[in-house]
Design a protein around this ligand. Structure first.
Ligand code: ADP
Length: 495
């Protein structure tokens, strides 16, 4: 009897494996951190071999702890940190260099060149993305341009490229499968989301050979089989999705207009826009959510740079909080924010203001203000910034969402979730299983092998832990938000 789905969740700071049962419950879960490599300021790398080994370790441990037999695993799904890029030698599986991580800014000069030549317009039109070092395309170009002899080897068919899903898949299948899924491909800045193919004009512009690229497949698809060497038998690998898209699927946001927000260090908000490619005028990204059979679901994505990180800042820099969870109790001590706002524009401010020179501030202080006000203002700032992003999504898509599905480390904060509902005037829905990233790809993998048979069947698994409903006192919360807009204005164009 095949009773379980195994998920490999390869994140930015740790590799994790989770085993789910039919109801989407977690049977076991193992995490392993790996090294972050910072060779220069603003450069970030990972060792691809360490990533792979840590992933295999957690996979074996998760099975050992659960006491299930590998024979009971129906299929495997892979979800991953997106955009991070690896090039390796096709024959001996050896990476030619460390993985260049999504956070790494080393290729920003290449991006500036592209922008100077107005090629960013072409990129936006074809890929839905802004021209930025964040995405894989210019990372690959940097590797090809900077490693001696690599370009020739690549042109001689000796080199392969992959985002982390592809790197893991290639190793897990012992080199039999060189594939990625549409959600990962759509974050490379090389994939045309209209024609659903690697874009020859962009490849030419960046001088990247087509032959190094993986074949792009649906997110629910048999990509290959886990080699016998790992668990003693072959298991189909039947789902792949980038982490944020996987979380949207795990939240069962299958319908156009449904949206989720993940409250981590930053916040990632994604809206399912169905079969529509929506071009944003506010700096949101257009990507592919997932593909099942022939059907593609597109998304709009926006992010808040400093989300839970503002709470870390209170704890580690200002030292006015012992632990993040105390923020909820302290914020609740106040009836209102009493006019105090924090704009945590520590690294500039994004959607929809896009002022990278903006810096943080605290406004509205009076003689009576104390740390409680600052802590409350910090939590409120996460909700206000999320509203800024969601308003853009509503505006750009013409779709008005009526509820927001939430997950991530800071979503456990009940004050924040209630305040979010009040500020947005929509229901905020928190699920029972908060590991939505892993759950999403478990569903994608399971759908392909008949472990689950339909989206409706999966929806039955989605258990809500709590719904936060908005207050009827709309004037009060509109005034709060006006206060935020006023505070944000003071951070803009300061120099
Ligand atoms: P990431 O995946 O980005 O590392 P997590 O999802 O683990 O982030 O969430 C961690 C973030 O959530 C941290 O920035 C932390 O400050 C914040 N956080 C954790 N618990 C709480 C809480 N109870 N209230 C507010 N913020 C919290």
């Amino acid at each position: 009897m095949k009773k379980y789905v195994l998920v490999l969740d390869q994140g930015t700071t740790s590799s994790r494996s989770i085993i789910f049962d039919y109801y989407g419950n977690i049977v076991s879960q193992v995490n392993k951190e790996f090294n972050q490599i910072y060779p220069k300021p603003a450069w970030v790398e990972h060792d691809p071999e360490e990533i792979f080994q840590s992933q295999v370790y957690t996979m074996k441990e998760a099975i050992r702890i659960s006491k299930i037999k590998p024979e009971e695993i129906s299929c495997i799904g892979i979800t991953n940190q997106r955009e991070t890029s690896v090039l390796w030698n096709k024959n001996n599986f050896k990476p030619v260099y460390n993985a260049i991580v999504w956070q790494c800014r080393r290729s920003k000069d290449i991006c500036e060149e592209l922008i100077k030549e107005n090629f960013d317009k072409v990129i936006k039109e074809k890929t839905g993305l802004i021209t930025d070092a964040y995405f894989s395309g210019t990372k690959i170009k940097w590797l090809l341009d900077n490693i001696s002899g690599l370009k020739e080897k690549a042109k001689n068919n000796e080199i392969l490229f992959g985002t982390i899903d592809t790197w893991l898949l290639y190793n897990l299948t012992k080199g039999k499968s060189h594939y990625t899924d549409v959600s990962n491909a759509s974050r490379t800045m090389l994939y045309n989301i209209h024609t659903l193919e690697w874009d020859k004009e962009i490849l030419q512009m960046l001088d990247i050979p087509y032959s190094i690229l993986p074949e792009v497949k649906p997110s629910s698809f048999i990509y290959g089989y886990l080699d016998k060497e790992f668990l003693g038998l072959e298991i189909p690998i039947s789902g792949i999705a980038g982490d944020q898209q996987s979380a949207l699927f795990g939240q069962t946001c299958f319908q156009e207009g449904q949206a989720k927000n993940t409250y981590g260090t930053g916040c990632f908000m994604l809206m399912n826009t169905g079969d529509k490619i929506i071009n944003s005028n506010s700096g949101l990204l257009t990507s592919i959510g997932w593909q099942i059979d022939k059907k593609i679901n597109y998304i709009l994505e926006g992010s808040v740079f400093i989300g839970g990180a503002v709470i870390q800042w209170l704890r580690d820099e200002l030292k006015i909080l012992d632990k993040a969870s105390d923020s909820e109790i302290i914020a609740n001590l106040l009836e209102s924010n009493e006019g105090v706002y924090i704009v945590p524009a520590f690294i500039g401010i994004g959607t929809p203001y896009w002022d990278m020179s903006a810096r943080g501030l605290i406004t509205g202080l009076t003689r009576g203000s104390n740390r409680n006000h600052i802590i409350r203002a910090a939590l409120e700032s996460i909700a206000y910034q999320s509203k800024d992003v969601l308003d853009c999504m509503n505006k750009d898509s013409g779709i008005k969402i009526d509820s927001l599905y939430v997950d991530g480390g800071a979503s456990v904060n009940n004050f924040l979730m209630q305040f979010q509902a009040d500020i947005l005037n929509v229901n905020v829905i928190r699920p029972k299983v908060v590991e939505t990233t892993a759950l999403g790809v478990a569903y994608l993998a399971g759908l392909n092998v008949g472990f689950w048979n339909s989206l409706e069947e999966i929806k039955k698994n989605h258990q809500i832990e709590r719904v936060f409903s908005p207050s009827n006192d709309r004037v009060k919360f509109e005034n709060y938000y006006k206060g935020w807009l006023d505070a944000v204005n003071r951070t803009l164009n300061v120099d």
